[in-house]
Write a protein that binds this ligand. Sequence first.
Ligand code: G6P
Length: 499
Amino acid sequence: MTEDTTTYAFVVVSNRLPVDRVVDADGNAGWKKSPGGLVTALEPVMRGNDGAWVGWPGQADVDVEPFTSDGIHLVPVALSATEVERYYEGFSNDTLWPLYHDVIAQPSYHRVWWDSYVEVNQRFADAAARVAQQGGTVWVQDYQLQLVPRMLRDQRPDLTIGFFNHIPFPPYGIYAQLPWRKQIIEGLLGADVIGFQRGADAGNFSRAVRRLLNYTTRGLLIDVPEDGGRTVVAKAFPISIDSSEYERLAATPEIQARAKQIREDLGNPKTIMLGVDRLDYTKGIGHRLKAFGELLAEHRMTVEDVTLVQVASPSRERVETYRLLRDEIELTVGRINGDFSTISHTAISYLHHGYPRDEMVALYLAADIMLVTALRDGMNLVAKEYVASRIDNGGALILSEFAGAADELKQALLVNPHDIDGLKNRIVEAIEMSPKERAKRMRALRKKVLENDVARWSSAFLTALAASKSALPAEPGEVVDDEDDQDLEWLPPGRGPAL
Ligand code: G6P
């Protein structure tokens, strides 16, 4: 077979392809949509561009040829079982994930994991270098691939390289724990534009660059002396969803009928509360269960009136911290149900599955209150999906201050999930809120989510990326080295690329 030498003007590189390879009980292989917000966000972007997507097919030792799925050209990168263990489960999800989420869980540092991370990042960079057209654009995604921008630039200085970090970037005091902190920063600085979810994340990154490399930063610009002197942009681009698609689904009679059915199946309680998360310790699922359990124990509500539906989709099940979390959550659900459920009313409907989008929209429409109580979250697209689906302006969103979405969704009922009493009060407030007040808040939230949809996110990022190439050489400018530049604003035009 001759090697496919087609190249593409636009290439996305992410750890996972948008589809995972799955093998059924009879040994037949197929593909299913892969988990997480990243795929949800990027799929519509890819459909609009004739590009290629480089990623792992989600299973060890699977070596498949490039293929086209749903109009997207997919370039699989194979990982061995040892690499899945060291690069993916180890360094990505047991070192970087807890570290970047404010050490909610203890990160593990292992040198063999790091070696594997370097090796696998090189493989992704090589694959991207092969499929990218001369002078093309490559957009690298997320914490699993932070070395790729530098590795790619070394091979292909002709490319325009973007990087987007979907998860938080931690404050320097936490980031400094990482034994390879310098290498990661250098890896990222290979990009022309580095995107973050919040201004605070971009500020944390710039501060780490100043502290570790002593480079000058001017607002959102970083002067990198390498490669003859370049200017790198580090800026917030809050990610979003395909809002109009959620609106469209919410308006279909079938989905509305399904929402009604769900309410009936749950015994038509006055209030349905909903949680939808990957089963991850960053999501604060335990905190929300604790709050609900206490409210029932204190007779501030009863299972006849209020029920909680918790969708917890399986995630990273071979990582020890995730296994422990699952046991802990399921023990708590079992206790609360044992203590408070009746024959006809269940306190918590716990569902350890992922669901198709149609069913999710029906759940959003059925739920009076959406609970997003993350302890730390890059953005949280579930909050935005709920809002986009509420075309009736009904429902109340309880949203953690520690989710990136809280920066934009200020009319939600914001909570500190660590404050269990505060969370309980917020739940009661949401239940008792007048329909008029709910509608007022929901209208304001909807405006935000409909305005800043995923198309706007990607075009803002890609416009910034294109502009970075035509940027004037760095002029001496204001040097920012204060410790509190959490929310950096864009510099006035004339100091760098005008975006
Ligand atoms: C988050 C990350 C993604 C990741 C997803 C699912 O959304 O930002 O990069 O793909 O979780 O996690 P998984 O480890 O299953 O890919």
